[in-house]
Design a protein around this ligand. Structure first.
Ligand code: YNC
Ligand code: MG
Length: 388
């Protein structure tokens, strides 16, 4: 059934429920000298390239490939439109490897036709912190689909990850593969219901008029929590402490250090926004919330080309109830003209989704680990990890 995935060190469907299998690495590392030194073979008219994401030109080529060929919804109405700035942020965290940004070109025309990336991350699974690759942005040009290029891309990124002496990976996908460690759902909070309905993202509810719908999703003009403000560079140590403590309760979560928090959570225009609550009395940082900015192209609509979407990232409430914190972040997102605010049912998100008028999306997001077995699938609320 899965000719490729059946050959890989991942949890196999036939092993589901077999509690005799130990948790942890499925295969031991091999000596580095045994890792294949040459790239895998591609069909003759194609060649491998390493994509230099420092370069404006290369980033633009990657941006164009993804803009036209990356993930679409089931009805092909929307396609992710990661910005160039976002891609450069997502692919260059502390300690990243340029060799893990992999492209495939047509030899003659030099046209970029496929892409896959990895970045290094420390991920904790229960009590064990494991250095992993986070694999993302796997994309094959629409004209080259179903020719078994994807397995070659995956094997090549795996080889280059192994060359750095890293043997595990984490990734998410909308498709079911052997075998999810968790299956999550997206929830959507309308901020601009009229546009969302006009473009077919949502539908007018039964017995609802447009004006009643607009009123239902209306938000106040300003945030309500005293001391709520944008995160700044000077907040990195306090935010790191807050986040580390919060994430320690989940079974799978990133192990963030200050350098990671500075990269992943410090606000970057049009990429990532973070807010926190600084106690007006003690000046203590007590709460934190963040979202990343990922528009989607609207395919074939006369009036609109882009859906402006914000995605919930990491949120921590200690003094402020999470519900109130997330209501404030919705207010911010509305003010900034986002059309929709999305969140997965991971971490403690279920505690605010229904009350803040998020509705469940169709389609699921599956989380996977490569070469690391988990005894039993996790609940979304046991996951403390958000991949971009
Ligand atoms: C997918 N998304 O099952 P079997 S998510 C992994 N992730 O293999 P072909 C996938 N595998 O079942 P196509 C996959 N989608 O026969 C398909 N596959 O064993 C498997 N879409 O290959 C599939 N981006 O080349 C099958 O398929 C085999 O031409 C079929 O190409 C697939 O980034 C794809 O959704 C996805 O661009 C490239 O459809 C193409 O259809 C496409 O014949 C639109 O492939 C964009 C899209 C995927 C976004 C993502 C995470 C990727 C994770 C990859 C796995 C990483 C493993 C860890 C590596 C490091 C290890 C270390 C250490
Ligand atoms: Mg293919």
């Amino acid at each position: 059934r899965h000719k490729f995935w059946e050959t890989q060190p991942v949890g196999q469907f036939k092993d589901i429920g077999d509690t005799s299998l130990p948790e942890g690495p499925i295969e031991p590392p091999t000596p580095l000298s045994d890792v294949k030194q040459e790239p895998y073979n591609l069909p003759v008219s194609y060649e491998w390239i390493t994509c230099d994401m420092e370069s404006e030109e290369m980033s633009a080529e990657v941006y164009n490939l993804l803009t036209n060929n990356y993930v679409e919804d089931d009805e092909n109405m929307f396609r992710f439109n990661y910005s160039k700035e976002f891609l450069r942020w997502a692919l260059r965290p502390p300690g990243y490897f340029k060799s893990w940004h992999i492209g495939v070109r047509v030899k003659t025309s030099k046209k970029l036709v496929a892409f896959i990336t990895g970045i290094p991350a420390r991920i904790r699974v229960r009590n064990e912190v494991v250095t992993m690759a986070e694999i993302n942005f796997l994309c094959v040009h629409k004209k080259l689909r179903t020719k078994r290029l994807a397995p070659v891309m995956i094997k090549e990124v795996t080889r280059r990850v192994h060359l750095e002496n890293i043997w595990q990976a984490a990734y998410t996908a909308g498709v079911v593969l052997p075998t999810p460690i968790a299956t999550c759902q997206y929830w959507h909070r309308s901020l601009n219901p009229k546009k969302l309905i006009d473009v077919g993202f949502s539908r007018l509810g039964a017995r609802m008029t447009m004006s009643r719908t607009i009123k239902l999703y209306k938000l106040p003009d300003s945030t309500v929590t005293p001391g709520f403000r944008k995160m700044e560079l000077r907040d990195v140590p306090a935010v790191t402490r807050l986040l580390r403590k919060y994430l320690s309760q989940f079974i799978v979560a990133p192990d963030f250090e200050e350098a990671d928090v500075e990269h992943w959570l410090l606000p970057t225009e049009n990429v990532i926004e973070s807010y926190l609550v600084e106690s007006p009395e003690s000046h203590e940082i007590t709460d934190f919330c963040s979202f990343y900015i990922l528009p989607s192209s609207i395919l074939g609509n006369k009036n609109y080309t882009t859906l402006k979407a914000a995605y919930s990232y990491y949120n921590v409430g200690t003094k402020t109830p999470l519900l109130q914190l997330m209501n404030d972040v919705l207010i911010v997102a509305k003010k900034k003209d986002f059309d929709v605010f999305n969140a997965l049912d991971v971490m403690q998100n279920e505690s605010f989704l229904k009350e803040l008028k998020f509705g469940p999306g169709d389609g699921q997001l599956h989380y996977y680990l490569y070469n690391y077995r988990i005894r039993q699938a996790l609940k979304p609320s046991e996951l403390g990890l958000v991949l971009l």
